[in-house]
Write a protein of this length. Structure first.
Length: 543
């Protein structure tokens, strides 16, 4: 089943360089040192370094020097002197950069509250004091993480170098081949009795990237007892999908860096992993399913007046918060502000979540979709991956296809809302129009659809609200009048694609939540979307 979308995209190198320069400017404009602005610069430098290294550019070393510099500042809680940063930036801007570069959004930084200093904390707890060290980062996120780990070790007077690798091959059978210079660096470190740290988030479903990197070090002569795998979760080695994973992982030490340790000061009550449902519903029978480990980290303030939600460190979070602000300014969502450490702060508003598609709610949703089509437009994007997802999921679960002519027409590309279920709408107790919650983060995350046509959100509302044909037609017509967009002509294929995604998501989440009540909830949702698909496709075949 296809649920996760490709996270890689191609960006002009000049854009990445400008983003880094803006981050540096933000540091120098601060009256006092800000950990958030320093972290933003570090993440931008690490992203550029990674993209240049993947492109095989020699300029990657200049970017790596900047990544190291900002990592030192973050670890040592120091502001960089402008006269030290500018020469590095000037050298980078004057170097022969490729015209465009491929980047991958680091999921830990963007979605899972994995702070680079979490890895420092893990090493402090481990109490390591080796004679020397080599840190090997697994790209993408390993560029930034390896720089931070190196900065920590160096700050404790441990001689330390780092380099990064990009494992290649099948996701469950990666391989790593060290370059000549990397092998020479490893040989020198062995002679100095150094420790080796392999750094990445994960280890994911397979553990293959970690294993491939550690085994490349073994082949270069490093003893397994000298290799530590520094990751963001303690794996169940027997469940990893790489070949002989448990046997291969066993010789190495695992050090876990725990995410979510950098919180706003008043974030006191854990509110994620489905806990929010206790506040929104009177009866557990009404609870929607939740893929608990995939939920964004959320907390309530000590007096339960504010909600803190993790939306991403650095630029990853600021993009989301900008969308929240635009939705709120237009009157469709609650106000919000940055709470630091990647969190967004919202006021807790008393009210009830919507439970049925009343006429006022249908009108409100149509107005909201029209607003998004105007104000949250995306650059022209391709729907080819979404079409492929729909084809694969339908064929695997229903046993027949969506048809050779299945096509998702792109007319109004937007950053979709992506969460149009009824319980995502709040009717304030104090009166006023319903507010759309969770309006900014899911239209451009690691799940489908990514940026797409506004028809995706209309299709989602029709399906989730279980609108009959008359209500759906009225909903679409109202949107068309407000947005001047004849969406009905392209809506049915989007309904098929939306249901195909939700069906696949529900099946995968049910498997991940095996043995828990969430499994039963997701199985019910899976059957709901599958039945809708079967009905739509049967009708399509008749027509």
């Amino acid at each position: 089943m296809l649920v996760f979308r490709e996270g890689r995209c191609t960006i002009p190198s000049a854009v990445l360089l400008r983003q880094l320069e803006s981050a540096v400017t933000a540091i120098s404009s601060q009256q006092t040192n800000s950990a958030d602005t320093m972290l933003t610069a570090l993440l931008q430098a690490g992203e550029l370094e990674c993209a240049l290294a993947d492109a095989g550019s020699e300029v990657a070393q200049l970017a790596a020097a900047l990544t190291d510099y900002f990592a030192n500042c973050l670890v040592e809680k120091a502001s960089p002197p402008e006269n030290a940063v500018q020469p590095l930036l000037q050298a980078l801007s004057g170097a022969p950069l490729p015209l465009s570069l491929t980047v991958s959004r680091p999921e830990g930084f963007a979605y899972y509250a994995l702070h680079p200093l979490d890895f420092v904390g893990a090493l402090v707890l481990a109490g390591d004091r080796p004679h020397g060290a080599v840190v090997v980062g697994i790209r993408s996120i390993g560029s930034t993480l390896s720089a931070t780990v190196r900065a920590h070790l160096s700050s404790t007077r441990i001689p330390c170098n780092r380099f990064t690798v990009r494992p290649v091959g099948h996701p469950f059978d990666r391989r790593v081949e060290l370059s000549l210079s990397e092998r020479q660096q490893v040989e020198r470190a062995i002679a100095g009795d150094a420790a080796f740290y392999v750094v990445d988030e994960g280890p994911g479903l397979s553990g293959s990237s970690f294993l491939a990197t550690a085994e490349a070090l073994l082949q270069a002569g490093v003893l397994s007892s000298k290799i530590s795998l520094l990751c963001s979760s303690q794996p169940d080695c027997n469940a990893l999908l790489a070949r002989n994973a448990a046997e291969r992982w066993r010789p190495f030490r695992t050090i876990q860096a725990k995410a979510g340790s950098h919180l706003p000061a008043d974030a006191t009550t854990f509110f994620a992993a489905g806990r929010w449902r206790e506040f929104c519903f009177k009866d557990q029978e009404e609870w929607p399913a939740s893929w608990l480990p995939m939920e964004r980290l959320k907390f309530l303030s000590s007096e339960e007046r504010e909600l803190f939600r993790f939306d991403g460190f650095g630029a990853y979070g600021s993009q989301v918060r900008e969308r929240y602000a635009r939705v709120a300014e237009a009157g469709y969502g609650p106000p919000s502000e940055s709470a630091g450490n990647g969190f967004t702060q919202f006021p807790m508003i008393k009210g009830t979540v919507s439970s049925r598609a009343t006429q006022p709610m249908i009108e409100r949703a149509a107005e909201y979709c029209a607003f998004r089509s105007r104000e949250l437009a995306a650059e022209v994007v391709s729907n080819s991956a979404v079409e492929e997802m729909a084809r694969v999921n339908v064929e695997r679960e229903l046993g027949w296809g969506v048809g050779e002519n299945f096509h998702l027409e792109m007319v109004r590309p937007v950053i979709a809302d992506g969460k149009m279920a009824m319980h995502e709408w709040l009717e304030p107790q104090a009166g006023g129009l319903a507010l759309k919650l969770d309006s900014a983060a899911h239209g451009d995350d690691h799940f489908f659809p990514g940026p797409t046509d506004i028809a995706w959100d209309l299709a989602g509302a029709i399906i989730e609200w279980q609108m009959d044909e008359s209500a759906a037609d009225e909903f679409a017509r109202r949107y068309e009048r407000l947005a001047n967009d004849r969406v009905r002509a392209r809506l049915r294929p989007y309904q098929i694609a939306y249901a195909a995604f939700r069906m696949g998501y529900s099946k995968m989440a049910a498997a991940a939540m095996f043995g828990q009540e969430e499994e039963n909830r997701f199985r019910r949702e899976y059957n709901f979307y599958k039945e809708i698909l079967a009905r739509m496709l049967a009708l399509r075949a008749v027509v």
